[in-house]
Design a protein around this ligand. Structure first.
Ligand code: DP6
Length: 379
């Protein structure tokens, strides 16, 4: 018999704990099937950099969910004759078997197995593809892990008709976080906040939430043009970078600053103060890279063209007073952020002055998006 008691009595936000994501026992999972989800990437405004065990962030963060940069994942599942001792799966990336991605998926399966207890009962065929070129230097872990988390949770949802959309979204974000921290901000659209912070009651270290306060129309349809300065592999992974925050001499102040910046953003989002927005966003990006440059061992992910682009954006802003700004993730590429109202002038500026600093002139035009979408796969 199926029971859904635990699912339906899910507490709200800040009272939720890991236990709330363990499904009730004796669910009748389907024998086989196929599910599909497309999940977007996101760009952090206040950066997550540093973590505690179990993918708990050392500081809160907030991001714009993107639209064009996304991962599409198709998951086929078939019950094994008997429960295995290990996870049984094949991983295809853009139609081709990709063994190098498997260890990350095994780690993810291990971390989520107590919340998705059926994993060892199935063989999975995971088929993922990105909307952006794999060699673009754009991190695909946020979109990739959120798409996979959504597909796996879809299997549980099929066996749990009482699962509410609220529970589904929260658990998807919770699971995605265990794959990659920033992935928990890629389930829902708009502005997503993750990490417990005093100024946001509903905030949680376990999953992302939609920013719960008023957001001015200046931030609707915000643009992010991603300038691909370097398309190759990064020299230091995010995971290693997070680890270096452990004994970092400036860690404590940096974590405090992230809380303060989130609080400072509240009136900025409310009043649509783009000048103040630019200051916080750029400072966050430079602080992230300053943390890298002051880690032990230290490292630099920015390249000469990254700096050239940053300087040109600052000069253009000074000259025109257009509130265009930059942010960076853990790499050399530059995300150029600007409001819808300045779209024409900003795209012109990017084409005239910035594209020359991109590898092979490549860039991606993206903007705020609506979050992950399910699709009906053709078997
Ligand atoms: C600089 O989410 O990639 O993009 O949890 O180890 O997978 P893991 O790290 P990841 O770190 C993202 C770091 C960042 C900032 C951000 O997105 O907040």
């Amino acid at each position: 018999m199926q029971t859904f008691g635990q699912v339906l009595s899910l507490p709200k936000f800040e009272f939720m704990t890991e236990k709330d994501f363990v499904p009730v026992q004796n669910l009748e999972y389907p024998n086989e099937g196929i599910v599909g989800w497309k999940a977007p990437s996101n760009i952090a405004l206040v950066k997550y950099w540093g973590k505690l065990p179990n993918q708990i962030p050392a500081n809160p963060s907030i991001s714009f969910t993107l639209d064009a940069c996304a991962t599409t994942t198709l998951l086929k599942f078939k019950r094994l004759e008997s429960r295995g001792n290990t996870f049984s799966f094949d991983f295809l990336f853009e139609g081709k078997s990709k063994a190098t991605f498997k260890p990350k998926i095994i780690t993810f399966f291990e971390r989520v197995s107590s919340y998705l207890p059926f994993l060892k009962e199935y063989h999975f065929e995971i088929d993922s593809s990105n909307s952006f070129p794999h060699s673009s230097g754009i991190a695909s872990s946020a979109s990739g892990m959120s798409a996979l988390a959504l597909c796996l949770l879809e299997i549980e949802r099929r066996s749990t008709p009482g699962m509410t959309p609220y529970h589904f979204r929260k658990k998807a974000s919770f699971l995605a976080r265990l794959g990659s921290g920033s992935a928990c901000r890629s389930i829902e659209g708009g502005l997503i906040q993750w990490g417990k912070t005093a100024s946001i009651n509903q905030s949680s270290d376990l999953f992302g939430i939609r920013y719960p306060f008023e957001v001015h129309s200046n931030f609707k349809n915000y643009h992010d043009t991603i300038l691909l300065v370097h398309k190759g592999q990064k020299t230091v992974s995010s995971t290693v970078g997070h680890g270096l925050m452990k004994d970092h001499p400036f860690a404590e102040n940096r974590f405090k600053q992230a809380h303060q910046n989130l609080e400072a953003l509240r009136p900025i989002f409310k009043n649509g103060d783009l000048e103040a927005f630019v200051k916080i966003v750029e400072s966050e990006a430079l602080t992230l890279h300053a943390m890298m440059m002051t880690s032990h061992p230290y490292f630099i992910l920015m390249l000469p063209n990254t700096l050239e682009i940053i300087n040109r954006i600052m000069a253009f802003r000074k000259e025109t007073t257009i509130p265009i700004c930059f942010t960076l993730d853990a790499g050399a590429n530059v995300h150029v952020l600007y409001p819808e109202s300045e779209k024409g002038k900003c795209i012109q500026f990017i084409q005239d002055e910035l594209v020359a600093y991109c590898e092979n002139g490549h860039y991606i035009c993206d903007r705020i998006g609506n979050g992950a979408k399910q699709f009906s796969p053709v078997p």
